[in-house]
Design a protein around this ligand. Structure first.
Ligand code: ASP
Length: 365
């Protein structure tokens, strides 16, 4: 249950952030808070989640559970071979193997489930749901996660597509000039350059300025103010096998507190893990900040924690991006990134749309 005090505290954040979306008509009108809690449902996601938010919004509007709705939404992207940052068709690790990470949180039941380094399953978010619903654990990894998935009826399949295999083969060939793999030029092949897609986040956010990455996070609130979230990814391309990013770490890549709000992240996972990113955003919302201000404050912590010189640009700023997407108990939402140009997907009825994320630094300045 939301206490009246908490409700009023979150209401206090309304109107503070310039780029915050005002999901609740009631807050727009500035009318006083009235219990019982009724909000305008909304689904928000990273920029690659346009279809996901539309699907999630439809499901939740039809009375569906918020987590089922969010997971149904991201399943579209997980199954899409053309999204190279999530599920089937995600970019592989250093060994050419796709390893997937995902977490889910269900606000009303306070449930959480996650999988990391999961191989061969197109929809890791569904396995995360199974961990939450059918085990006494929160996080399963690697072979154990796969065995569990198979026991629950998930099919093991090859997750590499022709495109991602070709990218990986070319990456391997370019790794060193002193190994025996031939680059396309040395082999006399004329292959088109990597066609890195616009992932809808404004520009493809690179972990280290070189390697592509991506993820989908989706958070949903229904008319009763119940919240859920999911984050799912193939993580950093060409990563060291066994590397786990922020996406499957409860409190890092995702956090939901049904009394306060939900938040998820995309971008450099290591930076989000070090700062307990999504949990920090939810705690900042609990203290009264609007979603967008909470996201910006958590990003300032990422900047402070980026002590490594190799990760900073000439101005001493992070040479990578992190994005947060947050929604509070009133259905107000916002997105923010370290760098300008990021966008996130929203559906609050009708067509889904992209909105600009707030940011700390302007690109190119
Ligand atoms: N956060 C993901 C990870 O670090 C990648 C991304 O969102 O780009 O695994």
């Amino acid at each position: 249950m939301t206490s009246r005090r908490d409700f009023l505290k979150t209401s206090a954040g309304v109107g503070v952030g310039a780029a915050v979306g005002m999901g609740s008509p009631r807050s727009l009108a500035g009318a006083p808070a009235v219990l019982p809690h009724r909000v305008a449902p909304v689904a928000i996601a990273s920029g690659n989640g346009m279809e996901a938010v539309a699907t999630a919004f439809r499901a939740v509007s039809a009375g569906g559970d918020t987590l089922d709705a969010a997971v149904e939404g991201v399943n579209i992207v997980e199954r899409d071979p053309n999204d190279r940052s999530v599920g089937y068709g995600g970019r592989p690790n250093l060994d050419g193997v796709v390893q997937l990470d995902s977490s889910v949180m269900h606000g009303p039941s306070r449930g959480a489930g996650a999988v990391a380094c999961l191989e061969g399953i197109k929809t890791p978010s569904r396995v995360a749901v199974d961990v939450m619903r059918y085990t006494d654990h929160v996080l399963l990894v690697g072979k154990g996660a796969q065995r569990f998935a198979v026991s629950m009826g998930h099919r093991v399949e090859d997750l590499l597509t022709e495109g991602t295999r070709r990218q990986w083969i070319e990456w391997r060939a370019r790794m060193s000039a002193t190994d025996d793999y031939l680059t396309p030029e040395e082999a006399g092949l004329r292959v088109p350059p990597f066609e890195d897609e616009d992932d809808g986040m404004g520009m493809l956010d690179s972990h280290d300025g070189v390697r592509p990455q991506g993820t989908i996070n989706c958070n949903v609130i229904n008319q009763d103010g119940d919240l859920s979230g999911v984050t799912t990814t193939s993580g950093l391309a060409w990563k060291i096998p066994g590397r786990v990013g922020d996406s499957p770490i409860v409190g890092a890549g995702l956090y939901v507190d049904n009394d306060v709000g939900a938040c998820g992240s995309t971008g450099r996972g290591e930076a989000v893990i070090k700062t307990c990113g999504s949990h920090s955003v939810v705690e900042l919302m609990r203290s009264g900040m609007s979603p967008v201000d909470a996201c910006l404050e958590a990003l300032r912590r990422v900047v402070t924690f980026t002590a490594e010189e190799r990760l900073r640009n000439e101005q001493g700023r992070p040479g990578f991006n992190v994005n947060y997407y947050a929604v509070n108990k009133n259905g107000e939402y916002g997105g923010a990134a370290i760098w300008s140009g990021a966008r996130f997907a929203v559906c609050s009825g009708g067509e889904s749309r992209r909105e600009d994320s707030a940011y700390l630094f302007e690109r190119g300045r």
